[in-house]
Design a protein around this ligand. Structure first.
Ligand code: SF4
Length: 360
């Protein structure tokens, strides 16, 4: 079982019952695609997201109708609720009053100082953080004039400007995102941000595309950032069902040893030595372990020749042979099982290991 890799040091910020930053966890977020005022549809989507492993959910709040729905949505879900406001301080106040666990608003966009103070005071009273969302596509005009086009330095300067407004009001429960749709720009902006301040960073590549292309683009960009120890929470943005965003996020975190509560499948690419229908078995086992909340590595390999040795890091695995399967742990064969029950035997062993992990 893998250990979590270390994150760059940041301040811890409470979001509902979770802590973002200050530790090695990377919290998975997603955003609803429903109209927020449609409570039934929004709650149903959030339930699906929760089920898939989403730990924090964000909803848009574009108008008073949406703000009016927040209290009921909040009362019917189990994960922290983040409310996304563009600049209307009245919607921010309503969201905080309704029980939002975090709001996303850029203080520099709210307008007059007294309005900013009202929002900050309300957030402080409820003990909820504010996420500053810097986006390469919507940088302040004076920064674009200064830098000529959106650069990482311009993005960091924008973040520091919004941060300073909050800090002047003695507000420090801040999380910052530095989103760009250009992967190189996003990587550079997050690296520079991690050096410029110690508030937790919310990772994202915006407008990354459809399920297949967007997954690859997000994995390339966010994977690079995560591998540098940067990032405390993450949302994968896809033009797809948001449940897919959560699945991609989980898989990415597993790749970097950053998921303490998810099992990983190791499966071979198959070749001419194959003895079993590996692709359907791998899909079945992947679906089965998607519900396991322990950091197990489970291997499914097409033959016994190279399989167990190649998957030495697996906590448990099967290698198909003619008419039978070899069950192995950490590269050592533990027993032979008939082919018809091989997958069931593997599932039982997975359950046993998961149970041992839960009891630790
Ligand atoms: Fe081929 Fe066996 Fe390796 Fe799978 S485990 S790729 S079937 S040699």
């Amino acid at each position: 079982m893998s250990e979590l890799t270390h994150r760059t040091k940041t301040r811890p910020v409470n979001v509902g019952n979770l802590v973002i930053g200050g530790n090695d966890e990377v919290i998975i977020q997603s955003m609803t695609t429903t109209k927020t005022h449609d409570v039934e549809a929004t709650v149903a989507e959030i339930s699906r997201l929760e089920e898939a492993g989403c730990q924090v959910v964000r909803v848009a709040c574009p108008d008073p109708r949406a703000a009016d729905a927040l209290a009921e949505i909040k009362s019917r879900i189990n994960i922290p609720l983040v409310v996304d406001i563009h600049f209307d301080y009245r919607l921010a106040l309503k969201a905080i009053e309704a029980g939002a666990d975090k709001i996303r608003i850029n203080p520099g966009n709210i307008g007059k100082r007294d309005k900013v103070e009202l929002v900050v005071k309300a957030a402080k009273e409820k003990g909820i953080p504010i996420r500053i969302g810097v986006n390469a596509g919507s940088l302040e005009r004076h920064l674009l004039e200064k830098y000529g086009y959106p650069t990482a330095d311009a993005m960091v300067e924008s973040a520091l400007h919004h941060i300073s407004i909050l800090e002047e009001l003695d507000f420090h429960d801040i999380i910052v995102s530095m989103k760009a749709s250009n992967v190189d720009l996003a990587v550079e902006a997050y690296e520079k941000a991690a050096q410029a301040f110690d508030y937790p960073l919310h990772l994202g590549i915006t407008e990354s595309g459809t399920l297949f292309a967007g997954t690859i683009k997000s994995a390339a960009g966010l994977g690079t950032i995560l591998s540098k120890g940067i990032g405390n929470t993450m949302r994968i943005s896809l033009s797809a069902d948001p449940v897919e965003e959560v699945k991609v996020a989980r898989e990415l975190l597993k790749t970097f040893g950053l998921a303490s509560n998810a099992a990983t499948l190791i499966s071979c690419p198959t070749c001419g030595r194959i003895e079993i229908d590996l692709i359907s078995i791998a899909n079945e086992v992947e679906e089965y372990i998607s519900h396991v909340k322990a950091p197990l590595k489970v291997a499914v390999l097409g033959c016994a020749v190279n399989g167990p040795g190649e998957a030495r890091e697996a906590d448990i695995g099967i290698a198909g042979a003619k008419g039978e399967g070899l069950l192995f742990r950490h590269g050592e064969i533990i027993r032979k099982v008939p082919e018809e029950i091989m997958v069931d035997e593997l599932k039982k062993e997975v359950d046993k290991l998961a149970e041992e992990h839960y009891q630790k």
